[in-house]
Design a protein around this ligand. Structure first.
Ligand code: NAD
Length: 323
């Protein structure tokens, strides 16, 4: 068991990194992705790709049955906070109904394990270090869709005796040391924006707000390297498959890094004259949030391999230079 794995959203940024690790560990990978924000060039050649929408239960079910899938890693979602506020229906349809339909496809099949990509966006604002039992109160539509999907998954899996693991990712950045995959989408991603700037002639790194109640006035986040996130999925799947338990786990380094620190790391790694420009605060940005990761560490005896800011920044710059 836990050999044939279906990854929804496997043509995306995080999915492609997870697949790289799973294939290295001899798993057979099947991707279900509608390519709405995914990219053909991120699809691993050793995986079997199906261009399909998770809303299409019957098609997904056929893939599960035909390939005797035993584990699902569910990443397919819409995830841009601002877009979610503008188009809430689209977000509820894709992230909540999409999850429901995917689960429907798993009923009475060979599925034994289900791993879900949730987010730190489910937590209530104003808490600094959050653990899995901290107050939940998503500010954004995106966060609301994630907590709703979590609840549906928990109920469904309990009822159908499927092991689940809900992973609440904090801020993901970086790209694989393989150099083959990375973040392509033009989203509102701090490391992506800085990487694109830093390869220009006259880079300007824009920071939103320098008067937060933090050590240097900029926002603080818990940035985790995407390759560490990928490894977590492999280990968590092995563990829930063997021990038949279900968990909700924060995924972060338990370390706060300020936006100024990120900008300075980019600056340090460039030989150009880099300007750091401070703009108005953005509505909706939390001042600081970091992950308590005790549960994760204990569950899989986790030791991160890439928890160094300069390493993450370097991997982003290397990826951007190849674009
Ligand atoms: N990137 C982050 O920092 C971050 C943080 C927290 C949680 N997450 C979660 O991680 C997951 C993956 O995020 P990502 O950064 O790789 O995003 P991404 O946009 O690169 O990947 C999402 C993938 O899902 C596919 N997809 C979307 N809707 C689909 C549907 N209805 N049917 C089939 N495929 C569909 C897209 O084509 C894309 O390939 C998401 O669930 C996201 O909410 C991401």
């Amino acid at each position: 068991m836990n050999k044939n794995i279906l990854i929804t959203g496997g043509a995306g940024y995080i999915g492609s990194h997870i697949i790289e690790v799973l294939i290295r560990n001899k798993k057979k990978i099947f991707i279900a992705d509608n390519l709405s924000t995914g990219h053909k060039r991120l699809i691993n050649k050793k995986a079997k790709f199906h261009k399909v929408d998770i809303l299409k239960s019957k098609k997904i079910r056929d893939i599960i049955i035909k390939n005797k899938i035993d584990s699902v890693i569910h990443l397919a979602a819409n995830l841009i906070i601002g877009e979610g506020e503008k188009y809430p229906k689209k977000y509820f349809k894709n992230n909540v109904l999409g999850t429901k339909n995917l689960l429907k496809a798993c009923i009475n099949t060979t599925i034994k394990n289900f791993v879900f990509s949730s987010s730190a966006a489910v937590y209530k604002d104003g808490q600094y270090k959050v653990h899995e039992n901290s107050a939940i109160k998503p500010k954004s539509v995106y966060g609301k869709t994630k907590i709703k999907a979590e609840k549906i998954i928990k109920q469904f899996c309990k009822r159908n005796k499927i092991n689940y693991c809900i992973l609440r990712y904090f801020n993901i950045a970086g790209s694989s040391p393989s150099g083959k995959i990375g973040l392509i989408n033009k989203s509102d991603h701090l490391f992506k924006n800085f990487s694109r700037e830093i390869i220009k002639k006259r880079p300007i790194l824009k920071i939103y707000g320098d008067n937060y109640n933090t050590k240097d006035g900029s926002c603080i986040r818990d940035f985790i390297h995407v390759s560490d996130i990928a490894e977590i999925h492999y280990k968590v799947l092995e563990k829930i498959n063997k021990s038949n338990v279900s968990k909700i786990l924060n995924c972060g380094y338990n370390k706060g890094v300020s936006v100024f620190e990120v900008a300075n790391s980019f600056k340090k790694q460039s030989r150009k004259k880099v300007e750091i420009m401070v703009s108005e605060k953005r509505k909706g940005d939390l001042a600081k949030i970091i992950a308590s990761n005790n549960k994760l560490q204990k569950f899989i005896k986790w030791k991160p391999k890439f928890n160094n800011l300069n390493t993450i920044v370097k991997s982003c710059i290397n990826w951007e230079k190849r674009q």
